[in-house]
Design a protein around this ligand. Structure first.
Ligand code: LLP
Length: 388
């Protein structure tokens, strides 16, 4: 489906807005499910990537569970009909109130990230008169070769517990009457395109499973988090992430114990490619050294370029005039409010539509109201006419 098909409909709308290609989302979910089902794996969709209610409900209907990182996400998942036994909850700084929500709703498990957290969860579980299922989030000290802000699995990162603490953590768990260790969990980073990273993760988990086995402990589940990268350079050529290659790595390299189930927490690969931020050109500033295209969407609508120097493919939808190099910038009073430098685009005019592609993950969820700007609304392909 080409975005230009929707131009007549876009012309009636106020920009900027998020445009969701629902067919592509359905195809992506189906591709992920097909590959997971091959091996009987389970997936909990990482709500943080996109919590738009319509999108979340489609993921729920496709059979995904929910991966949450705040008490509000847990409540949101429950409210939107995810089965509590398909909800997992991670986070390095869970408050007592948030933990109580997770306990009250009997979720699948709480991923514990420190010895102290474990003690707090044990005390709160005792208060609630429950035995709560826990997984240990490991920090396997693996470099995922991605942006440093989205690297989580190195010892220097705040997430999970390090190998040197693992034994102590297991002993504390065994001594905690109101906790039951059911899983080992790891998530080493996001937007990982270097696939051998996942192989390394499997090897580390195999070693740690052996440490557990030596203590006579086996867990029922492993949870390998998320992190599979998508193609930001060529979204049209690679609309669906390499789910086949990804799950095959775990099948080949991870040694599951008899009866053990394997879980994942994909966020970005499920939703990134299905959305674009649609903006209009406000002004074209032709300079002596640079030409600027000033669009009406900015870093408040799509933060990734400003925060992670992320490059989202930029497409001019309105014309196919001779290409020219532009810096594509937003209207906000920050020099970081720039979507791309020296981007070749068909010669632009005021009113042209510009799409920032691959904006479905960490796009709408990371919007903000800096400068008191309006939040961009969502528009869906299945609710728009193809021509008007
Ligand atoms: N599980 C845990 C524990 C996580 O922390 C994350 C993402 C995921 C799963 C999902 O990872 P994914 O499949 O989406 O890679 N805002 C950043 C990304 C932050 C990712 C945080 N954790 C960005 O825009 O690139």
């Amino acid at each position: 489906m080409s975005l230009s098909q929707f131009l007549p409909a876009f012309a009636q709308l106020k920009t900027p807005f998020y445009f969701y290609d629902i067919d592509l989302l359905q195809q992506t979910m189906a591709a992920c499910k097909k590959e997971m089902n091959r091996y009987g794996y389970h997936a909990h969709y990482a709500l943080k990537a996109n919590n738009n209610e319509k999108i979340v409900k489609l993921l729920r209907d496709a059979g995904f569970g929910a991966d949450c990182v705040s008490g509000n996400e847990v409540l949101y998942a429950v409210k939107n009909g995810f089965a509590p036994k398909q909800i997992v909850y991670s986070g390095v700084g869970k408050t007592d109130e948030e933990i109580n929500h997770a306990i009250a709703h009997n979720i699948f498990c709480i991923n514990c990230e420190s010895v102290q957290e474990l003690e707090v969860v044990n005390a709160l579980s005792a208060k609630a008169g429950k035995v709560v299922d826990i997984s240990i989030r490991l920090n396997p000290d693996i470099d995922p070769h991605t942006h440093e802000y989205i690297t989580t699995g190195l010892e220097e990162n705040k997430f999970g517990i390090s190998e040197w603490e693992f034994n102590h953590m297991v002993e504390r768990l065994q001594a905690s009457k109101n906790l039951r260790l059911i899983a080992l969990h790891a998530h080493v980073g996001s937007q990982i395109t270097d696939m051998p990273v996942f192989e390394k993760l499997c090897c580390r988990i195999n070693e740690l499973q052996q440490v557990l086995a030596d203590k006579g402990v086996t867990v029922e589940h492993l949870n390998m988090g998320g992190g599979l990268g998508v193609n930001y350079e060529d979204p049209e050529g690679h609309p669906i992430a390499d789910f086949a290659g990804y799950f095959a790595i775990f099948h080949k390299h991870l040694s599951l114990r008899p009866g053990q189930t394997l879980h994942f927490e994909p966020g970005r690969p499920l939703v990134a490619q299905c959305a674009s931020l649609i903006t209009r050109v406000l002004y074209v500033k032709n300079g002596q050294k640079k030409n600027f295209v000033v669009v009406d969407g900015g870093m408040t609508d799509l933060l990734r370029p400003a925060l992670y120097q992320a490059q989202h493919a930029i497409r001019q939808l309105s014309s196919d005039k001779m290409p020219q190099a532009y810096d594509v910038v937003g209207p906000i009073c920050e020099s970081a409010d720039c979507f791309g430098k020296n981007i070749m685009l068909p010669q632009a005019s005021r009113g042209d539509f510009i799409a920032l592609r691959t904006a479905g993950a960490y796009g709408q969820t990371m919007c903000m109201r800096y400068n008191l700007r309006d939040l961009p609304p969502a528009v869906y392909s299945d609710e728009l006419p193809l021509s008007v």
